[in-house]
Design a protein around this ligand. Structure first.
Ligand SMILES: [Zn+2]
Length: 679
């Protein structure tokens, strides 16, 4: 019951200071304007509430942090009215400081059997940290804590949190890695119910050291966030510069395009308003249309619609004394039914439209898109850059694809930086030559260019593509920021329609799966690559943020938490061993260590994501399908807290993330070069 009032105050602050690198919204919001959205940290009391949050289709980020008191914090993009809805699901804004966290509940447990599953230390640029995972015979009810001894006699102590997902107890862990003054050597996990276990602390990630690069190795090729047109120009320029080493592949499914139908909201919602929508896209004539509602100024006139070129004039009906009688429903029907009408009209949302319409001055329709005119409104080609000495299918292929989610601006830079490094260093670096001789790399910098344009120019929190599948009652212009399909829920394995959890059938949801599997060109393009180039054996789906490295399974059915089939033990070992090699390369860049508890199968370390691409690649095409969440939390020594970096950090931070995860991608290409049948 911690204060709703406090949360409301916090909301005000968060909204006032919210990330706002997108275009400004109009000073005075009207009924046609979307609500502002903010990136906030939500707190839910327990896993059941977390599941309700996921099931609600809330626009959640990948940053999930269990807390010592059993609650869970997760970052989400919400509008004020969505936040009000989420409160009814038990979510509140997370308190600003740890001192506000709830006191731990009293728990009584029987004497307890403890197993230390994993105890590791790592050294990041901020010093030593400890991560411990353990399980208790008493399950989630156990209260566990860990003490440790360090190399130089230092000691420390921290509480552990139970990790329960979809009703299944997965063990206890430290909420986040805890700082240690020197290298921890031994841990003891103790249960409040009696019982303890001791374990030696191993190093993490302790993978193979990255290949030594030759003198003069070049890197650092990205200098700003790039919208889609610039990304495409960049890989075309690389192809022109290195024609012997590259091909440009135009994927077969152009996107729908950065375009929308033009609209106007006329009248006074909800009862006396109509939403007018052009048949043509705004850029193809829709924006030139205009609608006016006039009163005939005479009694007993019928409702009439006249289409005169680009102008639609509605003459409202009057009664015997000349008073207007046309309701919104009647006006909407008349506009839609007028012969040759270039627009359709509907009443406002679910309102039946019984209110009488007032005359309205000539109103221009708009697609509300704010990108400069040189940003194409046409269907957009999605491009892949193929890199390798032998691009004939004889080498193991690696597919790296980024920006399924539009707002993840760092992710294309990871692929561009890696492509530049591979090509620019081919002539001077033996390790790079080995990679280009022994692998066949496919890089798709932006899977979802339409959404990316929308994120750059209109609504920086856009996650989905731009295609609106909503019915008219969910399609008035103020809702335009909620439309689109979550590309990474639109795939065909472990999907929503197969009964898997973590996608939504609601067209306005952040995780809308689309009207059908593969309904979207964006997802069909990714699968086309796997179908066409059967030598692709490795794939990296680049997302942000939170600092994860994951692999299948990525979805389960909620009832019984039945996951997609687990890889075999040998395959799991291969996934993990490769992950440690790749994470070593990431850490070598600036000391960013991917946490052990964020390295593993998606379902174990994050949440269920029905219909994601890595699962389809793995289960249907035998491709080792990995997911990066670039943008690891940053340690704040002043507060002693890990802090999330967000989708569009200042470029200085985005640049660092691109550098380190490009090193990770190149390490994955190294894993492919070393690959001997692991399946
Ligand atoms: Zn994402």
């Amino acid at each position: 019951m911690r204060g709703l009032r406090a949360s409301a105050v916090l909301l005000t602050i968060v909204l006032a200071t919210a990330l706002s690198s997108g275009p400004s919204t109009p000073a005075v919001a009207g009924p046609a304007d979307p609500e502002p959205a903010s990136l906030v940290t939500l707190s839910v009391p327990d896993l059941a509430a977390m599941e309700r949050l996921v099931a609600s289709g809330a626009d959640l980020t990948e940053r999930v942090r269990p807390q010592p008191d059993g609650s869970i914090q997760i970052d989400a993009v919400v509008t004020p009215s969505q936040l009000a809805g989420l409160r009814s699901l038990g979510a509140t804004l997370a308190p600003g400081s740890p001192s506000e966290s709830r006191p731990a509940q009293e728990r009584t447990t029987a004497r307890d059997q403890i197993v230390v599953e994993r105890a590791v230390w790592f050294k990041s640029r901020d010093g030593y940290f400890l991560s411990v995972e353990a399980s208790s015979g008493a399950g989630a009810a156990a209260t566990l804590s860990v003490t440790w001894k360090g190399r130089r006699g230092s000691t420390g102590q921290a509480p552990m949190v139970p990790y329960v997902d979809a009703g299944a107890y997965l063990g206890h862990q430290l909420s986040t890695p805890v700082p240690a003054t020197d290298q921890p050597q031994w841990v003891t996990v103790t249960s409040a119910g009696g019982g303890s276990a001791e374990a030696r602390v191993r190093e993490w990630p302790d993978g193979e050291r990255p290949d030594r690069t030759g003198p003069g190795y070049q890197k650092d090729f990205v200098s700003q966030y790039m919208p889609p047109a610039q990304l495409n120009e960049r890989i075309k320029a690389l192809h022109r510069r290195f024609p012997q080493l590259t091909d440009i592949i135009t994927l077969p499914n152009p996107t729908n395009g950065y375009r929308r139908h033009a609209q106007a909201l006329i009248g006074a919602p909800p009862g006396a308003a109509v939403v007018v929508t052009s048949g043509a896209y705004g850029s193809e004539g829709g924006n030139d249309l205009a609608v006016e509602l006039v009163t005939p100024g005479a009694p007993d006139r019928p409702l009439q619609v006249t289409v005169n070129g680009k102008q639609i004039t509605v003459s409202l009906a009057t009664d015997g004394s000349g008073v207007v009688t046309s309701t919104a429903a009647q006006v909407a029907a008349a506009i839609s039914g007028a012969p040759g009408s270039p627009v359709k009209a509907s009443t406002y949302r679910t309102d039946p439209g019984a209110g009488v319409m007032a005359p309205a001055p000539l109103t221009q329709l708009s697609d509300f898109l704010q990108a400069p005119a040189d940003v194409s409104r046409r269907p957009m080609p999605v491009l892949a850059l193929r890199i390798g000495v032998h691009r004939d299918g004889s080498r193991p292929g690696v597919l790296a694809y980024a920006q399924e989610h539009a707002r993840e601006w760092v992710t294309p830079l990871v692929t561009i930086e890696a492509a530049e490094r591979l090509l620019r260093n081919h002539a001077r670096d033996a390790a790079t030559r080995r990679l280009l001789r022994s692998t066949d790399v496919f890089i798709v910098p932006t899977v979802n260019p339409d959404g990316a344009n929308y994120s750059f120019y209109d609504f920086n929190s856009q996650r989905k593509n731009m295609t609106n599948h909503c019915p008219p009652q969910q399609s008035d212009p103020a809702l335009r920021n909620t439309w689109g399909v979550d590309v990474n829920r639109n795939y065909a394995v472990g999907s929503l329609s197969d009964g898997y959890f973590g996608a939504s059938a609601n067209c306005q949801s952040g995780t809308f799966a689309g009207p059908a599997e593969h309904s979207e060109p964006e997802s069909r393009n990714v699968i086309w690559l796997a179908q066409k180039y059967r030598n692709i054996r490795f794939a990296l789906n680049v997302h942000s943020y939170g600092g994860y490295f994951m692999w299948p399974p990525g979805a389960y059915k909620l009832d019984g938490r039945v996951t997609l089939p687990r890889p075999t033990a040998a395959q799991e070992a291969y996934f993990l061993r490769s992950a440690r090699t790749i994470e070593e390369a990431i850490a070598a860049e600036r000391g960013t260590v991917t946490w052990p508890q964020q390295t593993g199968p998606v379902t174990d370390v994050l949440y269920s994501a029905a219909g994601n691409s890595a699962d389809e690649l793995w289960y249907d095409y035998g491709v080792f399908g990995w997911d990066f969440e670039v943008g690891s939390d940053l340690w704040n020594p002043a507060t002693g807290q890990w802090e999330g970096v967000g989708f569009q950090p200042p470029f200085s931070e985005g640049h660092e993330e691109a550098m380190e995860f490009a090193s990770g991608l190149i390490a994955l290409i190294g894993v492919a070069a070393d690959h001997r049948e692991a399946r």
